[in-house]
Design a binder for this molecule. Sequence first.
Ligand code: FES
Length: 579
Amino acid sequence: MTQPKPKKNPSELRSQQWFGRQDRDGFAYRSWVKGKGVPHDQFDGRPVIGICNTFSELTPCNSHFRTLAEQVKIGVYEAGGFPLEFPVMSLGETLLRPTAMLYRNLASMDVEESIRGNPIDGVVLLMGCDKTTPSLVMGASSVDLPTIGVSGGPMLNGKWRGQELGSGTGVWSMSEQVRAGTLKLQDFFEAESCMHRSHGHCMTMGTASTMACMVEALGLGLPGNAAYPAVDGRRNVLARMAGRRIVDMVHEDQKISQVLTREAFENAIRTLAAIGGSTNAVIHLIAIAGRLGVKLSIEDFDRLGSELPCLVNLQPSGEHLMEDFCYAGGLPVVMKEISQYLHLDAVTANGKTVRENIEGAVNYEPQVIQPLDKPFKEKAGIAVLRGNLAPRGAVIKPSAATPALMVHRGRAVVFEDSDDFHKRIDDENLDVDETCVLVLKNCGPKGYPGMAEVGNMPLPPKVLRKGITDMVRISDARMSGTAYGTVVLHTAPEAAAGGPLAIVRNGDMIELDVPNRRIHLDISDAELAARLADWKKPEPPLSSGYWKLYVDHVLQADQGADLDFLVGKRGSFVPKDNH
Ligand code: FES
């Protein structure tokens, strides 16, 4: 365990360049804050802790964050700090169109500039719904102050008519049943209230739970961060302890870059495999690493994670939900099981090593977290595919796919974009059967725009009616972490950037070979080159505003889909005075 350093001299704190001044500007910096009832001694050189809050009624998963922020504040006061809460753009997965991912980088700018431009010495990030985690971590990484992450926690398990109902996962299967005519609309509506019945984020191992696990695996959050349900009293304790700890981190000058090292990312990648986590984590981890200057590629996910088994029997790959994961012992149990693959000396935000954080973990529910020698699924980490259809890579999550489809050759049924897909997929005259490969174009970062979660295309009703629930699907889109199927995602370059996906035609044969990491369009090189030469770039969705900035500057999926000018750290320099 690292020894706490002596308290910082107040003059070393960046907040003192606002609050420690004896001049006109010092008067202004203090006076307006005093107006909310703050006594003069709060400006005496104690660490000022920013609480970066993504509370929003438009982000239902984060709707309890006012309570969480209050707990962090108490912890900060207890440790002798001065907390100041601030809001940032909150990205809700369910309401925000065309996709919250379009705004992840924008929110990260908000976070970065809000931290740097204010008298903040350390920051606590309150994160929950999918994109609120990477946007906050990316922004904070570009500033590089002492930082600790607190996730909002998953909802309680969904329960409906005696069965477990997982966020998202249940929606995908029930909506297919409605389309197949096997589930009444009235029952569908009733299930809506039973699936989401408490505060918190999705309680499947979707993207929010995956990213909360990543926060813990990276060492950015305290042990227990991933699993305590939002409404569990221990979630509030965790927030309070984070408030206490961040004050020490400021005194110790433990910056986020000292926690989020290459070793920490490798720990995260291996943990991602063991939890059967969301493919979205690939993009987010690469984007976060990019902000810190840590080299991370999609190959790292295949090389480090694909041979590892999935230990966690949670939806969408399995049966259970996050509440069960908590009762089983949570992420420390998983990390202890795979400890031989982890960098155990990596230092985490609580000042302890990974080894110290996991050594006391006990597995109370082996049917939820299975042991390494009897895993839930073998070799389940994310696989990276390459071939003439994806020269810069594509990903598939084998743990959520159908084993019999992992090697498959089929006729392409092509949809030019999501509008074309919705127009034709229910058409009984669509020339498709279960051996075909559904291809969806123009849903990548530039194409959609924002790389929406539309890659898990619903199947044609005439296929569903045969009782078939999976087909090979390929796109440049993402997939909800709560979704499942033999779905090839993140194809790069995307169609709208002139990738080969753009020139696939109906009737072409496509070969998927996951064991050999191959995705191939069965046409000659000459034919491929001729079709690409004929390709016309689609019109951008908007010619001004943020959408234009995004489309002009977004990187491809294999580079984390960050904006090119945001990659890297810009540090915590104190900007000029404002008057
Ligand atoms: Fe917010 Fe799933 S919709 S986490």
